[in-house]
Design a protein around this ligand. Sequence first.
Ligand SMILES: CC(C)(COP(=O)(O)OP(=O)(O)OC[C@H]1O[C@@H](n2cnc3c(N)ncnc32)[C@H](O)[C@@H]1OP(=O)(O)O)[C@@H](O)C(=O)NCCC(=O)NCCS
Length: 181
Amino acid sequence: MEPNETLTWEDVVLRRVRPEFADELHELIEDGREHIASWMPWAAEQTYQDTVDFLARSVASWDSGETFNYSIFVDGRLVGGTGMMTRRGPGTLEIGYWLHPDAVGRGIVTRACRAQIAAAFALPGIERVEIVHDAANTRSGAVPARLGFTEVERVPTDTRSKNHTGLDVVWRLNRSGATVS
Ligand SMILES: CC(C)(COP(=O)(O)OP(=O)(O)OC[C@H]1O[C@@H](n2cnc3c(N)ncnc32)[C@H](O)[C@@H]1OP(=O)(O)O)[C@@H](O)C(=O)NCCC(=O)NCCS
């Protein structure tokens, strides 16, 4: 059970992450570090070796069926990262995402999610897709709202940072309610 290694939605192309993306991916993270790290603390101190290690872990976790990480390309340029994770349990895939600041405000992540939702519901046994974000991360929350997800719960977490409130919002799209067009 695994999605295709390349997914497309209009101009957005998702490619399974590969070790050879390391230089381009790290340059993107360095250039957008402040924006990305505002909600993804790993980006604050990410070294080149951390990026290499992330890509190696991504290869292994794709092969074990645990996490399906993609790089996001528009017009052939890398602009961000996304992926589908199984950590929320059987029958569920959770989508995560980030963009370089220059790519924000164009609907790119919304289209990246549409591609992944279609891929997720094409997999046998996947009944729901979820998106989780900190309660104060309103730009992130606007993505599932735009895609017709329903907010299902708010859960306290240990994640604390300058911006994080420590309250996660969980959004869900059920297979039966999914119209990805
Ligand atoms: C979360 C994040 C990816 C959202 O980025 P985004 O650009 O707002 O999301 P999208 O790519 O879906 O674009 C939506 C925006 O493009 C606009 N847009 C333009 N064309 C569009 C289209 N065809 N379809 C949808 N939206 C479109 C929307 O109106 C919206 O802009 P607005 O918020 O000013 O109204 C981005 O803010 C980010 O990288 N944040 C840092 C990392 C992060 O928080 N990750 C999530 C952790 S849970």
